[in-house]
Design a protein around this ligand. Structure first.
Ligand code: SF4
Length: 233
């Protein structure tokens, strides 16, 4: 496949692939992405699990896996990142915000995440990701339609208008059971917090264990009226 070069090429490619690959398997979607973008493709991972990183590394060995180290992660998440880096055929790239937590506290006051989580996420997640994605034409994510109502319409491939890149969600149609089955079959690393009552793993101050009957992301920013960090908005 010839390489797409401009925004219009990427948008047309994404729109066509979104239609053509809607019923394709996650493996077929990642194989298409590897053929279409090669090293201009990366995976972003929160290190909740390494399922999409595994799918991508199978299609594109040595693929870049981008992790946002906000400075607020659970030790288990950093440990999962390090284990992924050690055992998988991927190139883990850790992005950090411009300010350390201490520098942010000095400028904005402590615990910005409690007072203005949107600003905290903008500074510690969205800005570093936008800078980190600059060298890629496409990024793959682990978004799933069953995670929350806000993710129910996630396309398998779409054009990310904000960043001018192709956004690939190869497991958009998967259920939590599909993820667990794939991880078990392929020996894929998962964050140990998923076995400790957490349904979704984000920054420690903004993540709690699930209560009975809650959907997977209900433990994120609980009580703050916030459901997404802004990366996928
Ligand atoms: Fe800040 Fe919480 Fe967003 Fe992490 S999830 S960047 S701590 S507001």
């Amino acid at each position: 496949m010839s390489s797409p070069t401009g925004t219009e090429d990427l948008r047309a490619l994404a729109e066509r692939a979104g239609r053509d690959l809607e019923d394709a398997s996650a493996q077929e979607i990642m194989a298409w992405a590897a053929r279409a973008f090669g090293r201009r493709l990366c995976v972003t991972s929160s290190m909740e699990d390494a399922v999409v990183a595994h799918l991508a590394s199978t299609a594109l060995p040595g693929v870049d896996v981008v992790f946002l180290d906000t400075g607020y992660h659970f030790p288990e998440t950093i440990g999962t990142r390090d284990a992924v880096d050690a055992v998988m055929d991927v190139n883990v790239i850790t992005l950090t915000p411009r300010q350390s937590v201490a520098e942010q506290d000095a400028e904005y006051g402590p615990r910005l995440h409690d007072r203005d989580p949107d600003l905290c996420c903008a500074l510690r997640k969205v800005a570093p990701l936008n800078e980190g994605l600059a060298g890629y034409d496409a990024w793959a994510t682990g978004l799933r339609r069953d995670e929350s109502p806000t993710r129910a319409g996630t396309p398998v491939v779409a054009f990310d208008e904000k960043r001018g890149k192709v956004k690939i969600s190869p497991i958009a149609r998967w259920s939590q059971e599909d993820v667990e089955q794939y991880a078990a079959e392929h020996g894929v690393l998962t964050n140990p917090l998923l076995m400790d009552g957490y349904g979704s793993v984000g920054c420690a101050p903004c993540t709690r264990r699930l209560l009975a009957g809650e959907d997977a992301r209900a433990g994120r920013w609980a009580g703050l009226g916030k459901t997404e960090c802004g990366i996928h908005a």
